[in-house]
Design a protein around this ligand. Structure first.
Ligand code: NAD
Length: 304
């Protein structure tokens, strides 16, 4: 099986460097026409110019590929609408959106200003929602779309000093889960990648030996699989250093507390069983969880 992006048009946000650049180069090498968005700011999100995006466009064109640059800021919905309008004017359709733009403002929660919290949520979570909203109607009308959210282990497992970032990255898993349902009937598939790579974002967090394994190119296979024609939907892949794994949210089987035993003390007593993931379940949808707990209650009631 070969994965081609011939005749496909892809937008990659934050593609002026790091992972976004690596995705864009491989998409172009596999035939996609690529829109390189990057507002060219510093790691904390200040400043900005379209120079970073233009450099990547030049790299793609040198190799005979098709690309245009866009200096839009993902936090501004008008910029994302303009990005979509330019993409359609230039290339006529939009098949793939990779929400990749990101910033960091790491601090302990005690020292973090609400402004630093908001700025990070604004770029990762609101920025991804902005870009997705801007392409959504186009993809619905085409009956085809592939959207990739960039989450992080910080979001689903936690990392010290990244409350703003972790909250935003977990939010993207929530956005993926819901858009998976809303996009399904229009041929739109929504997935997430949880990368680990040596970029300017992580360069000072890891030692030489670790960085050696973490070329951004090692994340590209998982990301491109998730935006390809045969992509699954609502799949979150961890990728880096040659390992690709699936991240899943599961719930424990839990315990049923009969009426009259529904006390905090009963929860404390059963806590080991409640917490055990033996026989855990990956739940299909929020309503499927409701069905399960109602079924438990009905079964218990029928037994008397
Ligand atoms: P990076 O800093 O090299 O790339 C991020 C890019 O986004 C930059 O080029 C920056 O200019 C751009 N950007 C920032 N704010 C923007 C905005 N408002 N509008 C448009 N562009 C903007 O870092 P990276 O490591 O390549 O990160 C790419 C994505 O992967 C980010 O979402 C990051 O959170 C995520 N991620 C990275 C790692 C890792 O190990 N590198 C781990 C988990 C998640």
């Amino acid at each position: 099986m070969s994965i081609s992006f011939e005749n496909r048009v892809a937008i990659v946000t934050g593609a002026g460097g790091g992972l976004g650049r690596a995705y864009a180069l491989e998409l172009a090498a596999r035939g996609a026409k690529v829109v390189i968005n990057d507002f060219g700011g510093s790691r904390d999100g200040s400043g900005g110019s379209s120079e970073a995006a233009e450099k990547v466009v030049a790299e793609i064109r040198e190799k005979g590929g098709h690309a245009i640059a866009d200096g839009g800021n993902v936090t501004r919905f008008e910029d994302m609408q303009a990005l979509v309008a330019r993409t359609l004017a230039e290339f006529g359709r939009i098949d793939v959106l990779i929400n990749n733009a990101g910033i960091l403002r790491d601090k302990t929660f005690a020292k973090m200003s609400t402004e630093d919290f908001r700025a990070v949520v604004d770029v990762h979570l609101i920025g991804s929602a902005n870009a997705t909203k801007a392409v959504w109607e186009v993809m619905r009308a085409q009956g085809y779309g592939r959207i990739l959210m960039t989450s992080s282990t910080s979001g689903v497992y936690g990392n010290f000093g990244q409350s703003n970032y972790g909250a935003a990255k977990a939010g993207l898993i929530g956005l993926m889960n819901v858009l998976h349902f809303e996009g399904a009937r229009y041929g739109i598939k929504v997935n997430a990648v949880l990368p680990t790579a040596a970029t300017r974002m992580t360069g000072d967090m890891m030692d030489e030996e670790m960085l050696r394994h973490l070329a951004p190119e090692n994340v590209v296979p998982a990301a491109l699989f998730l935006v390809g024609e045969e992509a699954p939907s609502r799949v979150a892949l961890l990728a880096g250093a040659g390992t690709v794994a699936r991240m899943a949210i599961v719930e424990s089987e839990g315990v049923y507390l009969p009426a009259g035993r529904r006390t905090p003390e009963a929860v404390a007593e059963a806590f080991a069983t409640i917490s055990s993931l033996d026989g855990s379940i990956e739940t299909e949808a929020g309503l499927a969880h409701v069905d399960r707990i109602i079924a438990n209650a009905r079964t218990a009631e029928a037994k008397g």
